[in-house]
Design a protein around this ligand. Structure first.
Ligand SMILES: *[C@@H]1O[C@H](CO)[C@@H](O)[C@H](O)[C@H]1NC(C)=O
Ligand SMILES: *[C@@H]1O[C@H](CO)[C@@H](O)[C@H](O)[C@H]1NC(C)=O
Ligand SMILES: *[C@@H]1O[C@H](CO)[C@@H](O)[C@H](O)[C@H]1NC(C)=O
Length: 616
């Protein structure tokens, strides 16, 4: 039986309103705003100068926004609401902000040309990234974790046959598929052994004890093809793969294709978009970073994101060169790398073959009392960075979140912890209740859409409810991570990229402390991921929020289209105005779109869209 809520919904699924009528309404609204907006703000004469200028700036921005939207709309009208065109074949794997030749032209050098520069590659022309010709809908989870379509990712046969790191050798090719499993189980055991070795090195009996030892959130830098992350996920750890943008053979694209958490990021000149004290373990297997470069700035960044008592695991033949393999233990302490780890209060816990493990101090005093030469503490504790230059100072020591990982408990946060995040426990449980019910609604809404409007694809077996068709979820405005929590509680086999818009950044530490993965992001810019990497995008209140920031809704929706997999879903919840406008754009994107009135007397609406596999 379907819930009565859904029954009601199916009654309100009306036919689409006539497009022209809607356009006319919106255009008139924007014309009115633009007209009234042009009278001078002389009424503010008694306000103080600074307040006035603030009001004026905001007001002017709104006006410009309205005028801009009006122009966008007028273009749409004169074009008879033309659909957006498709990009050329060269953009099949397009990731904005990483155009090296444009960055070089703009004068970036010393590897900074490989950094993220969104201001350089602003797109003037709107086009929709199309999938490669032989793109196929990924296999459902968990099959899709072990077998992917080779046409979906940009790799050449040579790239994966030429063996790279240990994890890279896990790949085998079959006709049009890449398989990550082997019939005899030998290969996967390589990862298991490795994981077991790390556990032993930090003093555990087996890798199943990671969680008890406080290791939950892992940042896997340069994750190869994601097999180590995949193994950690199977142990119920949260492992996020992070690797640089690669035009071909991308680790991030591959991990996401397999349904594993991943994001583009690098160690060049800027901080990672995470708050300090976020990870229990940072892991690098031949991840290509010269750690003792730039006077240790990269190690300082790792230190920033590591929690007290957390581990830095480094596996690379390079470390062996620091001493001959026989007496590496003694020799390693004398290198600049080793000296630097002592400066930042890391203790070399263990070393075996090519693997080194350091532990960050649990004692915040260490940084100031260390006799090994000290680094300054950063000023402005806990201020979250958004791709700020890497600083030459130590962060997080004065944070309320300075709790050794061995003392933390995952699962539900205590009232004390919530209050540490300045969150009222009652608000928090109300939020949880809200998302439980919202999720039930979403799911009862999606199930019939998937299975009645969209007949099964030929060859599919009878699917269970939609959770096996949805794996990579992005909550574009995640607040406390409530949707993520509700999905886990409902035992959906998904993972959620919790994105916190920069103006609401305070909730990201809370999300990470809940054991989820998340990232800070400015939605006026493209998201650091490859095309076709998420099955579902969820945005609650984001459209209204961005309108107040002055970003373009067209840019946002085109970006959403880029990162959404074909046949993937968009759920937008917002006020009726932005929803109507988004629905109009959704039609131009050739998404199937429906507006749903929750019929509870509010002006909140849901917009549910699906991106088609092919567009004419
Ligand atoms: C990258 O930048 C160059 C130089 O500005 C430009 O010619 C090229 O089209 C850009 N590539 C993409 C994929 O946008
Ligand atoms: C962590 O736990 C240990 C042992 O239970 C205790 O001695 C220590 O004070 C705790 N540290 C913090 C910061 O809570
Ligand atoms: C109606 O539902 C929406 C979304 O579920 C919620 O945000 C809003 O507060 C509700 N309004 C009322 C008046 O109950």
């Amino acid at each position: 039986m379907r819930s009565s809520w859904f029954h009601k919904l199916s009654l309100i699924f009306g036919p689409r309103p006539p497009r022209n009528w809607l356009l006319m309404c919106l255009v008139s609204v924007f014309v009115l705003i633009a007209l009234f907006g042009s009278s001078s703000p002389s009424a503010f004469d008694s306000a103080s100068a600074s307040v006035r200028s603030d009001i004026y700036t905001n007001y002017r921005r709104l006006k410009e926004q309205a005028a801009g939207d009006y122009l966008e709309l007028r273009n749409l009208v004169t074009d008879h609401v033309k659909d957006f065109g498709l990009c050329g074949k060269e953009r099949e794997n397009y990731v904005p902000c990483y155009n090296v030749s444009a960055n070089l032209l703009a004068g970036f050098q010393n590897e900074e040309e490989f950094d993220r520069h969104c201001e350089i590659s602003r797109d003037l022309k709107h086009c929709l990234v199309r999938p490669p010709k032989d793109y196929k809908i990924p296999l459902t989870w968990p099959t899709g974790r072990d077998v992917i379509w080779s046409g979906n990712v940009k790799l050449s046969k040579d790239q994966f046959l030429s063996s790279g790191s240990m994890t890279k050798r896990l790949m085998l090719l079959e006709e049009n598929q890449i398989s990550f499993r082997s019939d005899d189980g030998m290969i996967i055991d390589g990862v298991k052994d490795y994981s077991h070795q790390i556990a032993e090195m930090i003093g555990l009996g087996s890798d199943t004890e990671f969680l008890q030892a406080g290791v939950h959130n892992v940042l896997d830098i340069g994750c190869g093809f994601g097999s180590f992350s995949s193994h950690l996920l199977s142990l119920k750890l949260m492992a996020l793969c992070m690797a640089t943008y690669e035009p071909t053979g991308s680790q991030v694209q591959l991990a996401l294709e397999r349904g594993l958490p991943a994001i583009i990021g690098n160690f060049i000149s800027k901080q990672l978009p995470f708050p300090s004290l976020s990870y229990d373990m940072v892991h690098c297997t031949q991840c290509g970073i010269v750690w003792d470069d730039k006077e240790g700035l990269f190690l300082i960044e790792v230190d920033r994101v590591l929690r007290p008592g957390g581990y830095f695991v480094l596996t690379s033949p390079r470390s062996r060169q620091q001493g001959s393999s026989t007496d590496a233990k003694k020799a390693s302490v004398s290198t600049p790398f080793e000296e630097f780890t002592q400066k930042i209060c890391w203790n070399l816990l263990a070393q075996q073959e090519e693997t080194f493990i350091w532990q960050k101090t649990a004692d915040a005093q260490c940084y100031t009392s260390s006799k090994k030469g000290t680094l300054p503490l950063c000023k402005g504790e806990d201020v979250q960075s958004y791709y700020q230059p890497l600083p030459h100072c130590v962060s997080g020591t004065a944070s309320k979140r300075w709790i050794p990982i061995q003392n933390r408990s995952f699962g539900s946060l205590s009232s004390a912890e919530l209050e540490g995040h300045e969150v009222n426990p009652e608000d928090f449980s109300e939020d949880m209740e809200f998302w439980r019910s919202a999720l039930r609604n979403y799911w009862s809404l999606l199930s019939p859409l998937i299975f009645s409007d969209h007949p099964k694809r030929p060859g599919d077996e009878d699917p269970l409810p939609p959770y096996n068709m949805v794996r990579n979820v992005m909550d574009m405005s995640a607040n406390y991570g409530g949707l993520n929590a509700a999905l886990l509680e409902a035992r959906k086999s998904v993972w959620v990229m919790n994105v916190v818009p920069i103006s609401e950044q305070k909730t990201l530490p809370l999300i990470l402390d809940r054991g989820f993965t998340g990232v800070l992001h400015d939605w006026c810019e493209p998201f650091p991921t490859y095309p076709r990497t998420y099955d579902m995008l969820h945005a609650n209140g984001l459209l209204s929020h961005l309108a107040s920031e002055g970003c373009s809704m067209i840019d946002l929706l085109i970006e959403m289209d880029r990162i959404l997999r074909p046949e993937g879903w968009v759920i937008i919840s917002d006020k009726v105005g932005p929803i109507e406008r988004a629905r109009m754009l959704a039609t131009q994107l050739r998404w199937e779109a429906r507006v749903i009135d929750l019929q509870n007397g509010s002006d909140q609406r849901l917009l549910v869209c699906q991106k088609p596999l092919s567009r004419k």
